[in-house]
Design a protein around this ligand. Structure first.
Ligand SMILES: *Cc1c(COP(=O)(O)O)cnc(C)c1O
Length: 417
């Protein structure tokens, strides 16, 4: 049951910090060895990826830099060490969706090729024309608020597959145009993101040559996201940053349906255990994961059920109903969730451009409020005390999830210039 005090504050669009009671996980149906397999597949597929994406040659690893963000910390009066995990710089897709999306499409490519007699040792040869011609008989289908469609669409086209992306009519125009320009079929729907997902799922079911990438349920996406845990661990080690109970890692992740941040948090917890604390950030009008986790997982609940409208500037986070796969895995792993107003997102977007010269999209800035919640709010300070966390000794990793492909004119509009 949802506490009525929380319900009232959610309905008032009041930015708030929710602490997860961390109920022992009942529905953790995700197999942890899937993350090892995803890691291996992404490495094996490196030579194929490198053929299509020149900037990641020679080894073909799709990864983003971990940027120093002390200037951001100083501007927001924070403490401790601040880093920006710059997934807006992810090769090809320009967002966090490259992690899950590329993994699922590569897995599909491997399955198709194996079914057609491929020996499975040299991924690079799947980039040859005869293979591309065969892949052209298959189709990837996905429902998306935008960035997952871009990730799936671009990697599918790169490998020679056809791609069809289902989006809501109100999804951003430049994302639709970009997809069409790359030869991806875009299908628009009158309803919201969930309607687009449902339409795509049904259409793909009727087509034996199609594979549907299910943002609400896919464990292939989830395991691709989870590989980020070991990638970040390597980057922290490179910077000689110690992660321990005394020097904890605090990670702030923008959240829509919960798949990307859930997978990343899963991967981080499996590596750092108690030394990492993961927080999700959701827009005040679309707190789908907060609502589902606070209400319990027995029954699905959407933000429409409590009178919210799922409207936000953060189109990548405009999701009314959470992924149950993610919520199940987060029950005993997630520290908590905070909500963010659209005004704050715009301010952060301008700020990060001013102090770090990084171009983000509004969704990607949702995590910036995190360190402030822990240092300056009563529930945040209480949480820190209870967990023995000193924010001034912590490493704060703010996950910047997208914006790499935003056209200049759209970005200028956001800046208000
Ligand atoms: C999709 C997306 C997220 C959140 O991922 P979910 O899997 O929907 O929770 C965050 N930021 C950006 C920019 C995104 O595109």
């Amino acid at each position: 049951m949802l506490p009525s005090e929380l319900l009232i504050r959610l309905q008032a669009h009041e930015p708030l910090l929710w602490i997860n009671p961390q109920i022992r996980c009942q529905r953790d149906s995700f197999d942890p060895t899937a993350v090892d397999e995803a890691d291996r597949l992404l490495r094996r597929a490196g030579p194929l990826m490198a053929r299509g994406i020149p900037e990641i040659r020679p080894e073909g690893l799709v990864e983003s830099p971990l940027l120093e963000a002390d200037a951001l910390r100083d501007a927001l009066a924070g403490s401790g060490r601040w880093l920006l995990k710059a997934d807006h710089q992810m090769p090809l897709a320009g967002s966090v969706k490259a992690r899950g999306g590329f993994h699922e499409v590569l897995e599909f490519a491997e399955r198709v090729a194996t079914g057609l007699g491929w020996a499975g040792d040299d991924f690079a040869e799947l980039g040859d024309q005869p293979w591309r011609d065969r892949f052209a008989e298959y189709r990837l289908v996905v429902g998306s608020t935008g960035n997952l469609g871009i990730s799936i669409g671009l990697i599918s086209r790169m490998l020679g597959f056809r791609a069809q992306v289902h989006m809501s009519r109100e999804a951003s125009e430049w994302k639709k145009q970009l997809l069409r320009d790359k030869g991806v079929e875009v299908v628009e729907h009158d309803g919201d993101y969930a309607c687009a997902v449902k339409a795509g799922r049904e259409l793909a079911r009727a087509d034996s040559q199609a594979h549907f990438v299910d943002d609400e349920r896919s464990s292939s996406l989830f395991s691709g996201y989870a590989v980020a845990g070991r990638r970040l661990a390597a980057q922290l080690a490179e910077k000689q940053i110690d992660v321990s109970a005394e020097n904890p890692l605090l990670v702030y992740l923008p959240c829509g349906v919960g798949g990307a941040p859930g997978g990343i948090a899963y991967g981080l917890k499996s590596i750092f255990g108690e030394a990492v604390h993961c927080w999700f950030a959701e827009p005040v009008d679309c707190p789908s994961v907060l609502l589902q986790m606070a209400a319990g997982l027995q029954q699905a609940i959407s933000v429409y059920d409590i009178g919210l409208e799922n409207h936000t500037l953060a189109d990548g986070l405009a999701v009314a109903q959470a992924s149950m796969l993610s919520c199940g895995c987060m029950q005993d792993r997630l520290a908590g969730i905070f909500t963010v107003s659209d005004e704050a997102l715009s301010e952060y977007l301008r700020l990060v451009w001013t102090v770090l010269a990084e171009k983000l999209e509004p969704s990607a800035t949702a995590g910036f409020a995190g360190p402030g919640w822990l240092a300056d709010s009563a529930p945040g300070r209480q949480w820190c005390e209870h967990h023995g966390v000193d924010v001034s000794r912590a490493t704060h990793v703010i996950w910047s999830t997208g914006g790499g492909l935003v056209p200049e004119a759209v970005f200028r509009e956001w800046l208000g210039a």
